[in-house]
Design a binder for this molecule. Sequence first.
Ligand SMILES: Cc1cc2nc3c(=O)[nH]c(=O)nc-3n(C[C@H](O)[C@H](O)[C@H](O)COP(=O)(O)OP(=O)(O)OC[C@H]3O[C@@H](n4cnc5c(N)ncnc54)[C@H](O)[C@@H]3O)c2cc1C
Length: 459
Amino acid sequence: MPDILESLAQIVGTADVLTGDDRFNRRSEWETHQPCRARAIVRPTTTQHVSEIMRTCHAFGQTVVPYGGLTNLVQGCATTPADIALSFQKMNQIEEVDSTDHTMTAQAGVTMQQAQERAEMEDLFFPVDIGARGSCMVGGNVSTNAGGTKVIRHGMMRDSVLGLEVVLADGTILDSMNRFLKNNSGFDLKQLFIGTEGVLGLITRIVFRLDVLPKSHNVAFLACSDYAQVVSVFKRAKQALGGGLCGFEVMWDNFVHQVVEPIGSLRAPVAPEYPFYIIVESMGSQPHTDDAAFEAAMFELMESDLVADGMLAKSAGERADIWSIRHEVEWVVSEAFVFDVSLPIAAANEYVNIITRRVQADIVDARIAAFGHLGDNNIHISVLTSDRSAQNSECAQKHIYESLLPYKGAISAEHGIGLEKRQWLSISRTAAEIELMKTLKRTLDPGNILNPGKVIDAA
Ligand SMILES: Cc1cc2nc3c(=O)[nH]c(=O)nc-3n(C[C@H](O)[C@H](O)[C@H](O)COP(=O)(O)OP(=O)(O)OC[C@H]3O[C@@H](n4cnc5c(N)ncnc54)[C@H](O)[C@@H]3O)c2cc1C
C-alpha cells in the first residue's frame, strides 16, 4: 500500500503536497505566528480533488485541518505533526456574478476583498466586511459565520449564504448549491456547515446573496458623558435611520485617549475628555435624501442632552479618519488577552465594570479595554498586562466568561470556539445542546478526522 503522502501527491501533484521547510516556513496562526507543524500541506484546486483527498484520508484514518486565510483568533487551525493541513489557497475562482438575481458563486479560497471588489464591478455589494478582508477567505468566513461592522443592517455571514457545496469526511460531495431566496424543499442542510468551523465538512463552493451597491455613505463620531446616554443614542439612531443604520460602534475612553492627540498620533474629531465614544454609520440608495436625513438625525442628537459633543464626516477622507481611530484602538489592544462576547446592550457597561474589578483583583497591573460592535450586542474586551502567563490567561478567561452567566451572555459573539474557548462552551450552551453537537459530529465524521478537537471534544 502506498504511503498516504504518495497517494495525495497522485491526486494534486507533488508540487502541491508541501513538506519540510516548504511547510514549516508558513505560519498556522495569526496571533502566535506559530510555524505550520502539519505532516504536510495539501493544496487542491477542484472539488473533485478535495473529495479524493478526503476519501484517501478516511481510508487511512488521517486527520485533516482545513486552512482558509488563517486569520481566526481562537486556534481554529491549530495543527499537530500528525495532521494533514488542507489549504484552500488554490481554490480561488469567482465563477459567476448574476446581476439579475444578485448572487455570486465562488470557490472557498477567494479572499473576502476579492469578492467585495468583484461585486462592486457589477454595482453590487458583498454584505460582510471585517478588518482581515485582504487575507481571510470566503470559505473561512462561512465556516466561522463571520460578523464585522455591518451586521445591524446585513446580518452575519449566514444571512448572505444561499447555497453551499461541501465535501464530507468520507469524500462524499454534497451539492446544496441553492440560488434562490425561497427554497423550503426539506431540510436546509447548509446550516450544518455554517459556523461549525470545519468539524462537520469542508466547504468547497458557495452561492452568496449580494445587495445593491450603496450610493450614500454617512459617518458621525459622537461622545457621551454616561452609558445611559449611549443606550438612548442607539435607540434614537435606530428609529431615525431605520434600515439605513449599518454600524453602531462604541469605544470606552481609556484606549481612545491612547490613540488620539496629545498621547497618540491621530487627530480627535472631538475633545478627548469623555468616557464613551460612538461611531454611527449609515448607507442607502438615495444620496440626496439619505444625507439630509442622517444630518438631521445627528444634529437632533447633538442638540439633545444625550450627546456631549460630535462631528459629522463631510468627505470620504473624514469618514476614513473616524474609522482609523476604531482600527487603531484594535491594534493598540492586540498585544493582550482578547475576548469577544455578546450580552444585552443595556448591561454592557455594568459587565465591563464587574470584570474590571474581578480581573484587577487577581492580576495586579491589568487594564481593561472595551470596544466593539455594541449595536450587535457584541463587545471586544482586551486585558492588558505585563505578565501574559498561562496562569493569568486562565484567570482572565474565568472572570470574563463566568461573569456572563447572570446575563445569559455568549462566550463567542463572532470569532467562534476553536480550541481556545472549548472548555467554556457550557457557559453559553446547555448540556443537551452540546450533546447534540457531539451526536452530529459522530454521525457525519465517525472517525473524528475533520478538524479534531475544535469546538467540541467528540473523541
Ligand atoms: C485584524 C482582524 C480583524 C478581524 N475582525 C473580525 C470581525 O470583525 N468579525 C469576525 O467575525 N471575525 C473577525 N476576525 C476573525 C477572522 O478574520 C474571521 O474568523 C474569518 O472569518 C476567518 O477566515 P479565514 O479564511 O482566515 O479562516 P481560518 O482562520 O483559516 O479558519 C477558520 C476556521 O474555519 C475552518 N475552515 C477554513 N476554511 C474552511 C473551509 N473551506 N471549509 C471548512 N472549514 C474551513 C478552519 O479550520 C478554522 O476552524 C478578525 C481577524 C483579524 C486578524
